[in-house]
Design a protein around this ligand. Structure first.
Ligand SMILES: NC(=O)c1ccc[n+]([C@@H]2O[C@H](COP(=O)([O-])OP(=O)(O)OC[C@H]3O[C@@H](n4cnc5c(N)ncnc54)[C@H](OP(=O)(O)O)[C@@H]3O)[C@@H](O)[C@H]2O)c1
Length: 343
């Protein structure tokens, strides 16, 4: 008989909130580990997935357990797993076609996880994988920031912004960020050199000649980034639209590439007039990069920022709060207490 677990799932797109149901536990493949999840984080992608917003990029089957990243304890390992053993405390971001971390257990490829930083609790560790990897891939892999270069990080007080500011400072950048006045002290404490209150000032009236913009907002705000970018600079967006460059990297079918080219034609014009490049980033799981972040965390160079921790049973409230767009750092779901319950 299949073993059972509790999981938060949707049965159709645009369901108001995921509901907690009893489902079969995931089965592991040869390269997988089974992790008993202690904590998971809410990311805006969970809300977008729930509402069918990623249908163009990803196909999911219902019922669908939501949730992208986690921290927990390994309880089983597949036949080919060499790097982890039962009892290891780990964290990670699962592949997009294997989501489901709002659950008691997740099966995950050994290549997509890393050891939990020793100086973090499970709740703190769960705050890192998705936003940490996204920020690392934007600032390190695409921008390749060099000391002294200038970067604008939009929404410095959010899940992404709070880790991205710290990473950019570690890379030696001069960091400007946008947020509202109430979050000024927070982003300054993370290292921001210049803070723009987006409710009273336009960032393009204050900043000019920037090497990079890390756009987390998309739409008009993304287009406005080209007003401050210098020739040869890069605008990297995680909330804009995918373009032809992204289509090539992802090897998508020609008709999708055509559609991407069409929807980003304004951005392509802006690239030409400013001589800057636009990148759309869809982050990828990586245990190796997560291990780099673990080291930086253990060396106390960066740390997660947590807005609040809620019990798993309050997943609807957690979704509602994320939907408000006001989170300061990460929203965490606590699945179970490892000191009380352990296999
Ligand atoms: N493509 C990818 O791979 C990828 C990966 C991760 C995230 N993302 C996307 O990136 C976006 C940001 O994610 P997140 O986790 O950082 O979101 P989040 O934590 O929900 O962001 C909330 C923060 O945004 C700030 N904010 C809202 N509107 C703003 C504006 N116009 N200007 C400046 N700050 C503003 C808020 O500050 P105030 O309260 O002061 O307004 C709040 O602190 C989401 O759309 C997410 O889906 C994409």
């Amino acid at each position: 008989m299949n073993r059972k677990m509790n999981a938060a799932l949707i049965t159709h797109y645009k369901q108001e909130y995921p509901t907690i149901e009893t489902v079969d536990m995931p089965k592991i493949g040869a390269n997988d580990v089974l992790v008993k999840i202690v904590a998971a984080s809410i990311n805006p992608i969970d809300l977008k997935t729930k509402d069918g917003g990623l249908k163009m990029l990803l196909k999911y089957h219902m019922p669908l357990i939501l949730g992208s990243d986690f921290a927990g304890v390994v309880t089983e390992v597949g036949a080919k797993v060499t790097t982890f053993k039962k009892g290891d405390a780990v964290y990670g971001r699962v592949q997009k076609n294997r989501i489901g971390t709002f659950a008691e257990y997740i099966a995950v490829d050994q290549g997509d996880i890393a050891r939990k930083p020793q100086n973090l609790s499970f709740e703190e560790a769960a705050a890192v994988p998705l936003v940490g990897l996204t920020s690392y891939q934007a600032l390190h892999d695409i921008m390749q920031i060099q000391p002294g270069q200038r970067v604008l990080i939009q929404a410095g007080s959010g899940g992404i912004g709070t880790i991205a500011i710290q990473l950019a400072k570690q890379m030696g950048a001069y960091v400007a960020t946008t947020t509202s006045e109430k979050n000024r002290a927070l982003v300054e404490s993370l290292g921001a050199d210049e803070v723009i209150d987006y409710r009273t000032q336009q960032f393009y009236d204050v900043l000019e000649n920037y090497d990079y913009v890390f756009d987390t907002q998309g739409g008009k705000i993304l287009e406005q980034a080209f007003r401050i970018i210098k020739p040869g600079g890069k605008v990297v967006s995680i909330s804009g639209l995918p373009n032809a460059r992204f289509a090539d990297e992802y090897n998508v079918p020609f008709w999708k590439k055509f559609a991407f080219r069409l929807v980003t034609r304004n951005i392509t014009k802006l690239e030409k007039t400013t001589q800057a490049d636009y990148y759309f980033l869809f982050m990828k799981p990586s245990g190796q990069q997560l291990a780099i972040l673990s080291r930086m965390i253990e060396e106390e160079k960066i740390h997660p920022v947590i807005d609040r921790v809620l019990p798993f049973t309050q997943i609807a409230q957690a979704f509602e709060y994320s939907h408000s767009g006001r989170a300061k750092g990460k929203i965490i779901l606590k699945m179970f207490d490892p000191s009380v319950e352990h296999e």
